[in-house]
Design a protein around this ligand. Structure first.
Ligand code: SF4
Length: 481
């Protein structure tokens, strides 16, 4: 299989990326159609509004209870998994997670890893890291396989290749899979992809997967999928490495039921997924298959920072269904790549600042009409619009201001010059005598107002003081009576 360099669109380039995207009619058409399709499928799964709201309340309650006990649940999870024979590793940063995984593969002189879908491994850029260290990592989820062949990143957290047309996929397969004919028949394309991947499971030294729910009570890793590739990755190779964020832990096995009941319905409009895998231990004596070693890598990458703040902690409730993206009028017009982050759309706007810092993502919270659709469809009731408002405020806050849990890059929307202007304005505004003297002077010197006023005049006319202040106008009117 040939590989290509990954296309990177940094979040700092969001404005330019989104400008290009809205001017791309093919991209807009394919996202519009796909999002309409997904919205209709989800709506069909929830015909009873009251039932939907009850399910959302239950989902929210379960996630909030588990998050409230997160430190304790993580300890329990580690104890149970270790007792079951699963080795647990902790990583604070993406670099640490990648180094742990590579170390495990290197210890058995592995050169080929087959991967199930994992957004956390996208977060750490694991494929890149492994390739750079001599390990080929092959994506086995069909959508992920397509974007890997194309040298791109996923444009949707559930449907990574949703931006690709049939013709583009046909060409990719024809160019990259030996002896693959050019065909735009969807079934034939899927078969070509499957055939190319099937041999990989048998040859791979290691299988890597994500985790949807990690159950502390039993030490069980739950994996939700539709293609069976997740089961192949976690059972065929001799070693299975799972990677997930620390927030994915739930307290009890019974907590999985309500969350699983809303996840596929919200994500793809399916009542249930084709596969639901529960992994609790490596192969036991007398068992004929399954990995001989199982590892779990738990990644922080900014999640502790979100956890420390009562409001932003709610971002950790997310079960990665993607419904907020499907219903977002901004995402459906610009697609996922324009965001320049692993997690695009509304969920990406609220979690990326923790992972990358607000200074690199300050434009993302502003890319919302605040229509509220994301918050209304979220199956675990994350108040996304409120959080966007909060992050906008954080970005525009004076960087000098002391706050209890400052976000990395807080005050990023301010240049030092702007911060000084606003500090001066605050001083004036809080002293009535000084403010009156300033207004008097400003109205007299209005002719000297600069035509360019930092970022304000990029899209607006300059702010110019009125010839007379309101007080003066009122006084004049009263004197005429
Ligand atoms: S924020 Fe809510 S709607 Fe969006 S991906 Fe997470 S759980 Fe799904």
């Amino acid at each position: 299989m040939s590989t290509h360099p990954i296309t990177v669109h940094p979040a700092r380039g969001f404005k330019a990326n989104s400008h290009d995207a809205v001017n791309n009619p093919h991209l807009r058409q394919s996202f519009r159609g796909a999002m309409d399709f997904l919205m209709a499928k989800r709506a069909a799964q929830f015909p009873d509004h009251d039932e939907l709201e009850a399910l959302r309340t239950l989902g929210e309650t379960v996630r909030q209870r588990c998050l409230a006990k997160l430190p304790q649940l993580l300890e329990t999870l580690e104890t149970r998994l270790t007792a079951n024979g699963v080795q647990v590793h902790w990583a604070e940063t993406p670099e640490e997670a990648n180094a742990i995984i590579h170390g495990l593969i290197a210890a058995r002189q592995g050169t080929l890893a087959v991967k199930g879908k994992s957004m956390v491994s996208e977060e750490t850029e694991l494929n890149h890291y492994l390739e750079a260290h001599g390990v080929q990592a092959v994506e086995s989820d069909m959508g992920e396989y397509i974007v890997q062949l194309a040298g791109e990143k996923p444009s949707h957290i559930i449907m990574p290749a949703i931006h690709k047309t049939k013709a583009q996929i046909a060409k990719l397969f024809h160019d990259n899979i030996p002896a693959a004919p050019y065909t735009e028949d969807v079934d034939a394309l899927i078969q070509l992809g499957r055939n190319a991947l099937r041999g990989m499971y048998l040859k791979a030294d290691v299988g890597i997967s994500g985790v949807n729910f990690a159950v502390a009570e039993t030490g069980t890793l739950c994996l939700v999928e539709n293609e069976g590739n997740g089961r192949m990755c976690t059972t065929v190779p001799d070693m299975h490495i799972a990677i997930t964020g620390i927030e994915k832990v739930v307290e009890k096995l019974s907590d999985v039921v309500p969350l699983y009941s809303i996840l596929p319905r919200s994500a793809t409009g399916q009542a249930i997924t084709t596969y639901f895998n529960m992994i609790s231990r490596p192969r036991q004596p007398g068992e004929l298959d399954g990995p001989r070693e199982v590892h779990l890598v738990l990644l922080d990458n900014g999640r502790s920072q979100a956890y420390a703040d009562e409001q932003l902690r709610k971002t950790l409730q997310c079960i990665r269904c993607g419904a907020c993206m499907n219903h977002c009028p901004v995402y459906s017009r610009i697609g996922g790549h324009a965001y320049g982050t692993v997690y695009p759309g509304p969920i990406g706007k609220i979690i990326s600042p923790h992972m990358l810092g607000l200074s690199d993502t300050q434009d993302l919270p502003t890319a919302s009409s605040l229509c509220g659709a994301c918050g209304e469809v979220c199956p675990v009731r994350i108040p996304i619009p409120e959080m966007l408002m909060r992050l906008r405020e954080e970005a525009a806050r004076d960087p000098e201001e002391k706050v209890p849990h400052p976000l990395a890059g807080q005050g990023a929307a301010y240049t030092p010059q702007q911060a000084r202007v606003w500090a001066l304005w605050r001083t004036l505004y809080s002293r009535p005598t000084l403010y009156r003297a300033f207004s008097w002077l400003a109205t007299r010197l209005r002719g000297l107002t600069p035509r360019r006023q930092l970022g304000w005049t990029e899209h607006r006319t300059p702010l110019t003081p009125a010839p007379k202040s309101l007080h003066e106008l009122v006084r004049e009117r009263q004197s005429r009576r």
